[in-house]
Design a protein around this ligand. Structure first.
Ligand code: SF4
Length: 387
């Protein structure tokens, strides 16, 4: 992977070059409805003011959590969006006349990860997964040029949470390697081999020897637990592989050794989602499941592991933050606490099976809601020992 700099700091795209593309011509322009126009230079502001003199009255102090000045456009449509859903500024005055935020969109989420600046996309854009390429607007070179022309600052970006098991100095080379390896796994039938590699790479970064086959076991146990036999299509696997680096950054606080199993759980859930009657799968299916169901995926990823309550934390405290707590969940949490004191500890799946009725496959909506709660508690209060 080529190295890029932003004001002397490493600039990282957590997806391979060409992986994420967009097609404005075939899009309903959600980015131009209620969008904030992120202003990169006074020249851009002058252009906007000439076309729309009162626009400065709608200034807002930040753009996508950055310190960039922005103008808030109407929810219905930007002043410059024409009937054919094209930008008038671009059509009349050229690409560079558009505000910087629009030129960068959807790659507008700049985050600090230690010394590195990470570029994440905004999934308001219906991004498509493309083939690797070194040239063109979707390439790393193309994005880096746009970022340079938009004068994105080297600092002032929000911090990404540090992974719980590695400092950024060690985690970032791992993340880059994971993205580099994605291309080799794009056309596989299953996500598991790529997860296996991520797992072994994470263990190597931690100085631990790993055994092959751990991710296969994760997949088997979670399929058994939720009663899911649906196989994700090759396109779905390809999308999860291409998005992996971004998803890993979105969940940057997760321990790097644990995140591959959580991604295996995601790939199974994406397979289930695309087989639902009437479902339409796009890359956003993957992202939305990741964002909405991460605590559930976390539980499913750890069914075969032994939960251990962190010292200085009580589960009762952690559970106090949940909106609702049902009796079976409380029993599971009591059992998790007792489990840590046992000579021979049980895996999470066995602890859940004690509440046989509540967590029998196929899972009820109540059971899934409780697993979400359990996941939130485990994320906050437990670590896991693989069995
Ligand atoms: S300035 Fe152009 S690209 Fe930006 S939101 Fe308005 S219409 Fe869309």
């Amino acid at each position: 992977m080529k190295a890029y700099l932003l004001g002397g700091r490493p600039l990282v795209f957590p997806f391979f070059s060409g992986a994420l593309r967009y097609d404005c011509a075939g899009c309903e322009a959600p980015c131009c409805k209620g969008a904030a126009l992120g202003i990169g230079s006074s020249r851009e502001l002058v252009t906007i003011q000439q076309a729309q003199p009162k626009a400065p009255l709608f200034a807002v102090p930040s753009f996508h959590q950055s310190q960039r000045l922005a103008l808030q456009t109407p929810a219905e449509a930007c002043w410059f969006l024409d009937k054919k859903r094209r930008c008038r500024l671009e059509r009349v005055l050229g690409h560079l006349a558009k505000p910087a935020g629009c030129r960068l969109f959807p790659f507008v989420r700049f985050k600090n990860a230690g010394e590195t600046v990470v570029v994440l996309p905004d999934f308001l854009c219906p991004l498509l997964v493309g083939a690797p390429t070194a040239v063109g607007p979707a390439s790393h070179d193309g994005l880096a040029l746009e970022i340079h022309q938009a004068q994105v600052g080297r600092s002032g970006h929000k911090e990404l949470p540090v992974p719980r098991d590695l400092p950024w100095g060690d985690a970032m080379p791992l993340e880059r390697r994971v993205v580099e390896e994605a291309e080799r796994h794009l056309f596989e039938e299953s996500y598991v081999p790529y997860a296996e590699l991520q797992y072994l790479l994470a263990l190597a970064s931690l100085g631990i020897d790993g055994k092959e086959g751990a991710m296969r076991k994760v997949e088997e146990s979670l399929r058994r637990f939720i009663g899911a036999s649906e196989v994700p299509s090759r396109e779905a696997v390809r999308e999860v592989v291409a998005l992996t680096g971004v998803l890993r950054m979105q969940a940057s606080s997760l321990p790097r050794r644990e995140v591959p199993a959580v991604l295996v759980a995601l790939s199974v859930m994406v397979g289930v989602a695309e087989h639902l009657r009437g479902a339409v799968r796009t890359p956003r299916t993957t992202v939305s499941i990741w964002e909405a169901h991460l605590p559930l995926l976390y539980v499913l990823a750890h069914l075969g592991s032994r939960p251990v309550v962190k010292s200085g934390v009580t589960l009762r405290e952690a559970v106090g933050e949940l909106p609702t707590v049902r009796a079976p969940l409380l029993k599971v949490l009591d059992e998790v606490e007792r489990n840590g004191r046992r000579g021979v500890a049980q895996p999470l799946e066995d602890i859940l099976r004690v509440q046989h009725e509540a967590f029998a496959a196929p899972l009820s909506a109540d059971a899934v809601a409780m697993l979400h709660g359990l996941g939130r508690v485990l994320l906050r209060a437990c670590t896991f020992v693989p069995l």
